[in-house]
Design a protein around this ligand. Structure first.
Ligand code: SF4
Length: 363
C-alpha cells in the first residue's frame, strides 16, 4: 500500500469505474480472513445520486460484488442521515434498500446503533459501535460543496458514523476541529470518492455539476487536499484538512501525491443545470469539452463569484477538444487550447489552477 498514490478513473458507468479502481488497489489483500467490512456511503439526505448529494448505489453495489468474488463475506452498509432526516428513508430513496436486498447485505442505521465514546484532543465523540468493530472500513464520500466548510468529501463523510448528539456538538464546535478528531478516533482503511456529479455549493444537492470522475486511495487527508483543488480551493482554505494532517491522519501536501490515471477524461452527459450553473455557463464557449474539464471551469467560476471577481471577467472563456490546434487570441482552458495566446494547461486542469490563472488575468 502506497499512501501517496491516488487512482483516478473517468466515465459515466459507476459500476465499470468502481471495478477499475478496485482492481488497481486490490483491497482484498488487506482484509483479514473472516473480517467485517463496513461500507460507508454518503446518504446525508433522502435524494438520489443525480441530485449531487448522495453516493451512487452502483458504486457500493459493485464493491460488494467485487469483494464477494474475492471471498469476502461479512459486509454491512452503514450510515446516519443528517439530523432531521430518517436514515431508513435515505436507504430507500437512494437505492440502498435494493442493493442490500439484492446482495443480502445488512443495512445499519447509526441512529439506532450502540455507541462508544472516544476522546481526541479534548473532544469526546459518540461513535457507532459497528463502525468501530470494522476490520476494514471503506468510505464512499461524494466530492461536493458545503455551505459551512466550503467542501465535503472523505474526512467529513465520517460524520455519518456518530450519534446525532455528537453531530450537534460538532456544529457548536465549528466542525473543523471535531472532524479532524473523528478521523483520528475512527480511521478508514480505503476511500472511494464519487465525483460523478457532486453539488457545486450544498451538501444537500440541487446544483449538480457533471464531472464523470471517481478516484480512490488510502490517505483521506491527501484525497481531500486533491478534492479541494478539484473544487477550486487551495487545501489550506479548508481548515479541517490541515488539522487532520497535524493529528497524523495523513498528508495534506499535494506535492507528495502520485496521481495514477487509469483512463482519459471524455465527453459525458451533463447534469441538469441549476440556475447558478446556467449563469456561470454564460461566460463559457464550450465545444466538445470533456466533463471533468468543464466541471473544473464551472467550479473555478463559482469560486471567482464567491470572491466577487466574476463581474470583472470581461471576456468569454474557451474550452473543448474542437479548439485543438487553433490559435485564437482568447483565454483557453485545458491543454486543447494550448495554441491560444493565454491558456490554463492541464488535461483536465484543476479548478484551483484555473482560479489562480484567472485571478492573475484580473490583476
Ligand atoms: S484539455 Fe481537452 S482533452 Fe483534456 S480534458 Fe480538457 S477538453 Fe478534454
Amino acid at each position: 500500500m502506497d499512501r501517496s498514490k491516488i487512482y483516478e478513473v473517468y466515465g459515466s458507468d459507476p459500476g465499470v469505474m468502481t471495478r477499475a479502481l478496485l482492481e488497481a488497489v486490490r483491497p482484498e489483500q488487506e482484509i483479514p480472513p473472516g473480517g467485517l467490512v463496513v461500507l460507508k456511503p454518503n446518504l446525508a439526505v433522502s435524494k438520489p445520486a443525480e441530485s449531487g448529494a448522495t453516493t451512487h448505489p452502483g458504486i457500493v453495489g459493485e464493491t460488494i460484488r467485487y469483494l464477494r468474488e474475492k471471498g469476502v463475506d461479512r459486509m454491512v452498509i452503514l450510515e446516519s442521515s443528517w439530523i432531521g432526516d430518517q436514515t431508513r428513508e435515505a436507504f430507500r430513496v437512494c437505492g440502498y434498500e435494493t442493493v442490500a436486498q439484492f446482495y443480502g447485505v445488512p443495512l445499519v442505521d447509526v441512529k439506532k446503533d450502540a455507541y462508544e465514546t472516544k476522546t481526541v484532543n479534548g473532544i469526546s465523540i459518540q461513535i457507532s459501535r459497528t463502525a468501530l468493530e470494522a476490520d476494514y472500513l471503506i468510505n464512499f464520500p461524494v466530492l461536493k460543496g458545503h455551505c459551512q466548510t466550503k467542501m465535503t468529501c472523505a474526512l467529513k463523510n465520517m460524520k455519518g458514523c456518530i450519534s446525532d448528539r455528537s453531530k450537534r456538538e460538532f456544529h457548536s464546535l465549528g466542525l473543523h476541529r471535531p472532524i479532524a478528531a473523528l478521523n483520528k478516533a475512527l480511521p478508514c482503511h480505503l476511500t472511494v470518492v464519487d465525483g460523478l456529479c457532486g453539488d457545486l455549493d450544498f451538501e444537500e444537492g440541487g446544483t449538480p455539476v457533471a464531472a464523470n470522475r471517481m478516484y480512490c486511495g488510502w490517505d483521506p487527508v491527501l484525497l481531500d487536499a486533491y478534492g479541494a483543488s478539484l473544487l477550486g480551493y487551495q487545501p489550506q482554505e479548508i481548515p479541517y484538512i490541515s488539522m487532520a494532517a497535524e493529528l497524523g491522519c495523513g498528508c495534506c501536501d499535494l506535492e507528495q501525491m502520485s496521481l495514477m490515471e487509469l483512463n482519459h477524461s471524455e465527453q459525458g452527459s451533463a447534469a441538469v443545470s441549476s440556475r447558478r450553473v446556467r449563469r456561470l455557463e454564460r461566460l463559457v464557449h464550450a465545444s466538445s469539452a470533456c466533463s471533468a474539464c468543464y466541471a473544473a471551469l464551472i467550479h473555478a467560476l463559482a469560486r471567482l463569484e464567491d470572491k466577487e471577481l466574476l463581474g470583472r471577467l470581461g471576456e468569454q472563456l474557451y474550452i473543448g477538444q474542437d479548439y485543438r490546434g487553433k490559435a485564437l487570441d482568447q483565454v483557453g482552458i485545458g491543454s486543447c487550447c494550448g495554441n491560444f495566446t493565454r491558456c490554463v494547461a492541464g488535461c483536465p486542469p484543476k479548478a484551483s489552477d484555473i482560479v489562480e490563472a484567472l485571478e492573475e488575468e484580473l490583476e
